[in-house]
Design a binder for this molecule. Structure first.
Ligand code: SF4
Length: 429
């Protein structure tokens, strides 16, 4: 569900190169449980058991749009009146639910216990429960806990919390194997395959993706591992991998032709790939991406775009729209600004772009109305009211569900921003 959290007010960051409006008012974003929608498709033999309320069950069910008889790989252990009244031992109940689940679904190799908001859930030590259940079900099933609570996470932070919880259990790399590249962050399989081919053409050593498609396909990590983030919302994951000795490669995110080239080049430079080899490996795909983008640039160039904070993809997306499509970002809002992770994209934003971190939704709506942008990127809850006011909107969650990274998807990414403008133009006609 959308979470509205009243907090205290804001402060500007004068010490930074770019000033940031810090908002701490009500926010309108989905909670971290939403990330189960794409994570359960990515890690194919994992199961996500939300420990929560009926609200959590409804959110997951409707967000994933899966029929109950489709045997989805997620479910909610709903706290009942008995649990709430303290009449039942919650840990015993949880053990019983998990035992029944694993008996019915022997294909499950990795079970996530996902925490949620209700205070009764917060009181349960899910990390301890996960250790107990892991011991009881080893070696067949690994059990890992993380929080998807709306009090702690916005929707993409659910993935961050999930991967950060997995990172400590990744195997130690063998120093004799030499350097390796770990690409962290969920990517559509088709995008992952394209990147794997590009990295092979570049000669990057021992490339692995995290999360992998299978729960047992766990990439090793250690001081010889160079981490390249594929998603900008993985601050905790990056920290957890760095705590294992891995070194992060700084790069813009692989959106559009320029972003993808810079992302691949950062990895190529980290492994000493010769410029001639880099050009040979990337030039054809890059040229295809540039042709695909040119068509959409004619429509998007000069248009003004406003981002409400939602997915933490906002800064790389604004960089793509400004640098590659000629759009003018008026405000770029992000739920959390991790300056280190988005430093390269941030540096490429036009001077004068207003940045905001966190949300005070009413004040931000006022700024949006004052700006009258050609396109507003926002969550589902804000899109309809803004459309009713004649503003073209783009649902930010779509930008996460659609495959958007890499050369072959560059044109599709641009088209996602063109469509609402075309729709509004058609309605006006
Ligand atoms: Fe709502 Fe919290 Fe459950 Fe998310 S985790 S659906 S915000 S109750």
């Amino acid at each position: 569900m959308n979470v509205r959290v009243p907090l205290d007010l804001r402060a500007a960051d004068s010490a930074s190169e770019r000033s940031v409006l810090r908002e701490r008012g009500q926010r309108e974003v989905f909670c971290g449980l939403t990330s189960i929608v794409w994570l359960h498709r990515k890690i194919r033999d994992a199961f996500f058991l939300v420990v929560g309320s009926r609200t959590c069950a409804h959110l997951i069910q409707s967000a994933a749009g899966v029929m109950i008889f489709a045997e989805p790989r997620f479910a909610t252990a709903i706290l009942t009146e008995r649990d709430l009244a303290g009449a039942a031992d919650v840990n015993e109940e949880l053990d019983r639910v998990v035992a029944r689940l694993l008996e019915r679904r022997p294909e499950i190799k990795l079970l996530f216990l996902v925490g949620s908001c209700p205070s009764e859930v917060i009181k349960i030590d899910l990390a301890r429960a996960a250790r107990r259940l892991s011991d009881a079900n080893a070696p067949r099933v690994r059990v890992v806990a993380y929080s998807g609570s709306g009090l702690e996470t916005t929707f993409t932070q659910g993935e961050d919390a999930c991967l950060a919880a997995l990172a400590p259990s990744l195997p130690e790399e063998n120093p004799a194997d030499g350097p390796s590249l770990l690409v962290a962050g969920s990517l559509a399989d088709i995008v992952e395959d394209q990147f794997a081919r590009l990295f092979a053409a570049l000669g990057a050593p021992r490339v692995r993706f995290f999360p992998a498609r299978g729960a047992e396909d766990v990439p090793p990590v250690g001081p010889n591992t160079r981490v390249l983030l594929a998603q900008p919302f993985l601050g905790e994951t990056a920290r957890a991998l760095e705590a294992r000795g891995a070194q992060r490669i700084s790069a813009p995110f692989p959106l559009g032709a320029e972003g993808t080239t810079a992302w691949l080049r950062a990895a190529a430079d980290a492994f000493g790939v010769a410029p001639s080899r880099f050009d040979a490996a990337t030039s054809e795909a890059r040229a295809r991406a540039e042709v695909a983008l040119a068509r959409h640039r004619a429509i998007l160039a000069g248009k003004r775009v406003f981002f409400f904070p939602d997915s933490q993809l906002e800064i790389p997306l604004a960089r793509f729209l400004a640098q590659e499509m000629g759009m003018i970002p008026t405000e770029v809002g992000t739920p959390y600004l991790n300056r280190q992770l988005v430093a390269e994209d941030l540096a490429l934003l036009p001077v004068g772009t207003r940045l905001s971190e966190g949300q005070d939704v009413d004040r931000q709506l006022d700024r949006c109305r004052a700006d009258r942008p050609d396109l507003t990127v926002c969550g589902l809850g804000l899109a309809n009211p803004l459309e009713a006011e004649g503003l073209a909107t783009k649902w930010s969650i779509e930008l996460l569900f659609a495959p958007t990274q890499g050369y072959e998807q560059a044109g599709d990414l641009a088209e996602l921003f063109v469509r609402p403008l075309a729709r509004l133009a058609a309605l006006e006609v």
